[in-house]
Design a protein around this ligand. Structure first.
Ligand SMILES: [Zn+2]
Length: 367
């Protein structure tokens, strides 16, 4: 084959493309078989199914209910089996392995340490177990011929009152691979400004954070996250479209908040399949990611919860290719957007862009 032939953008070829993932929940990405193994090992008896396929289907169906609150209930089971160090090491190692096998070269994986203390684990021990798991997974991936780097984001839960403590934990482990902080959980009734002390602390520490905002809830949540809390990125941020008017003649008008988000290049961690399940969009083709991409917002593509959505980075990209007819240059654009927006240092980001991402897509494009 001539070196100038472009590889067709098929689902199989997308797996081989270098990809960057910024929004993936550790407790939303377990292998169904691992959930079953860990439940057996830990005496967790509440699983809705004990057959691997049936359990995988159960997670997707439960998450398909159309409500963010119901969606979050599926995490009772994954978190239920992640209450000891061995479980956390295993889940984190498999996460790194699975992402690497899917062609992800850099990922920021997040979790809320406070969800794993039910059996008495201390927060520091939880972070150390997950870090050990990621390093193990990176080694296994390398042994299989794949290079992946995982950065960790620690989440605080909106409905609890531990955000400052978790922010301090993130800063304590920032030289051990924890690259940032996030708040997650139900948006309605729990505005990000409830956690202002955590965000002020992080800014004083020159630490990085993103905020889940504008997923189920609208513009006020996005505005607070950026203008009150100082979020560097938006988890989802889909509802920013509420501040964009597209007229019948195709002309587009951005309100002041949407303009600010685009002008400041604030990254949107968009998770299309997950949004379909929570009802934030009705189909991939109608998902705001198409409009926001055409308007050149800093759009990134993410998985959110691979188990609940039955998705991967490659399947998310394949779905976008099918819905919007994107080509390799678009997939490279999403990938470089994500790498530019990562919380690791500038030189490391640049190295991955120049040494891994651009050569990878150039090859696929036949350059
Ligand atoms: Zn999320």
């Amino acid at each position: 084959m001539s070196k100038h032939v472009e590889t067709p953008v098929t689902p199989e070829a997308i797996v081989t493309a270098p990809k960057v993932l910024l929004h993936d929940h550790l407790d939303g990405g377990l292998r169904p078989g691992t959930v079953i193994d860990l439940a057996e090992a830990n005496g967790y008896s509440d699983l809705p199914a004990t057959d691997v396929d049936a359990l995988g289907t159960w997670f997707r169906d439960a998450a398909d209910s159309g409500s963010l609150v119901r969606y979050l209930e599926t995490f009772a089971h994954t978190c239920g089996v992640m209450q000891d160090e061995a479980a956390l090491v295993r889940v984190a190692a498999e996460c790194a392995e699975d992402l690497a096998a899917d062609g992800v070269v850099y990922a920021e994986v997040r979790y809320a340490p406070e969800l794993f203390t039910e059996r008495g684990m201390e927060l520091d021990a939880i972070v150390e177990a997950v870090q050990a798991g990621f390093r193990e997974g990176e080694r296994r991936a390398a042994a299989a011929g794949r290079t992946i780097r995982i950065g960790t984001l620690l989440c605080a839960m909106r409905q609890n009152a531990r955000s400052l403590e978790i922010a301090e934990l993130a800063v304590r482990y920032r030289d051990a691979g924890v690259v940032g902080f996030d708040i997650a959980g139900p948006e309605a009734g729990f505005p990000p400004t409830r956690n202002l002390d955590a965000f002020e602390y992080l800014r004083q520490q020159n630490a990085h954070f993103t905020i889940h905002a504008g997923e189920a809830f609208g513009l006020p949540s996005i505005w607070e996250a950026i203008q009150h809390c100082g979020a560097e990125r938006l988890g989802h941020g889909v509802r920013i479209v509420d501040d964009i008017k597209v007229s019948a003649d195709g002309s587009v008008h951005l309100g002041r908040l949407a303009s600010y988000v685009r002008d400041r290049r604030i990254p949107l961690e968009m998770c299309p399949s997950s949004n379909l399940q929570t009802g934030a969009a009705t189909s991939i083709g109608e998902h705001p990611i198409g409009l926001l991409t055409s308007l050149r917002f800093r759009v990134t593509v993410n998985t959110d919860n691979r188990l609940m959505s039955g998705c991967s980075m490659s399947s998310e990209m394949a779905a976008l290719v099918e819905a919007f007819d994107y080509g390799w240059s678009d997939l490279q654009w999403f990938t470089i957007n994500a790498m530019k927006s990562a919380f690791i240092g500038f030189e490391e980001r640049l190295a991955i862009i120049n040494d891994v991402i651009k050569p990878g897509y150039a090859k696929l494009m036949g350059h």
